[in-house]
Design a protein around this ligand. Sequence first.
Ligand code: LLP
Length: 419
Amino acid sequence: MSNFDDKNIDYKNSVLHVEGVELNKIAAEAGTPTYVYSNEIFAENIINIDQALRGAAHLVCYSVKVASNVGLLKKAAGLGAGADIVSGGELYRCRKAGIDPKKIVYSGVGKAAHEMAEALDAGILMFNVESAQELSLLAQVASDKGKVAQIAVRVNPDVDPQTHPYVATGLKESKFGVPAAEAMELYRIAKNTPSLKAIGLDCHIGSQLVSVAPFVAACERLKRLFLDLRSQGINLTYIDLGGGLGIRYNQEKPPTAKEYGEAVLNVLGDIDDLFLIVEPGRSVAGSAAVLLIKVLYNKRTDFKHFVVTDGAMNDLIRPCLYGSYHQIKTVNEKNQAPLTVDVVGPVCESGDFLAKDRPLAPVEPGEYLAVLNAGAYGMTMSSNYNSRTRPAEVLVEGDSFKLIKQRETYDNLILGEIF
Ligand code: LLP
């Protein structure tokens, strides 16, 4: 669900609230820019996906790269979720959050030896392996430790997810996964390697998918391969479908968690002794947060009206990087006719915009704006470009809120620099 129509991010007495807390209050106490998360939306999104898959043995592995604050990961852990990680750093966060290592899957095309070692020491559920060389290194690292690495092979099902090219991962020209024929070979190698144990089959075809068709196509291909492998004596238990379920940023009409679950189980539900894993990220955190920013100036030229804010591309890079749309609302509800404006930040690049040619009610310096649906790939893709301190993060629960990440200081900016 998107927070377009979520009761948890809405105007009450003409002021935009996240759950029971007005955003002006958070801005006054925590400053801006700040990511403000609704615990209720975040939790509800996890629960909805979990419920949608209850027809099969399954595990929801929240994709940590999406919004990785330990405070949020703790909430996910509390709901019984596992995690999909792509680095040693994400593993570290999961451990801090108390996520059960036996519920962690490790994805990614470039795992380093030290990261494999850390994950083996932690005792994660499985490594989603993406190449023959990775498999061989993993076998070596595990054998050196006298351990057995449980693996899945990530196959590239060559399905077009019909999404932005930067986030499409299941096409045959992408760097991710291996073709089905090569997967067979990797399973044969694993079978003959004492430090490896193949337990699953994995894929992830892309992100922000707004129809079930590509998921269904991927499930059909995975199912064929899974049953083929079983018939050849390679008895796997897990199918990991990756993430990818989209959300509504603008006019999209993505499937609900329920529709997604039904479509997936419709294909995979009749496989004996199957354990299904999903790695949702955006559909969990995306609608759960706004980026709260402050208007600095109105700047009018002959061609444009710019609303210059203290939020910039370093805080939320999605509009600049993918041309993504994020709805922007004034925190104080307004009745005036909208102007057409570009909402831009202070960074020295023309690519530094949060919205272009957007209708927005007139605003004055000092007023607050909320950039909606900013919870996924917002804070985690932020940077210190232009030596800007990264945003604070706040978690709202009902009528109260707490800081879950302090705003960076100038000292944080030069941490580790030697001079
Ligand atoms: N699993 C794997 C292996 C992934 O690569 C990803 C995302 C996910 C799960 C989570 O996918 P989700 O449910 O969030 O679609 N930065 C881009 C999106 C990059 C997606 C990377 N992989 C954006 O802001 O749109």
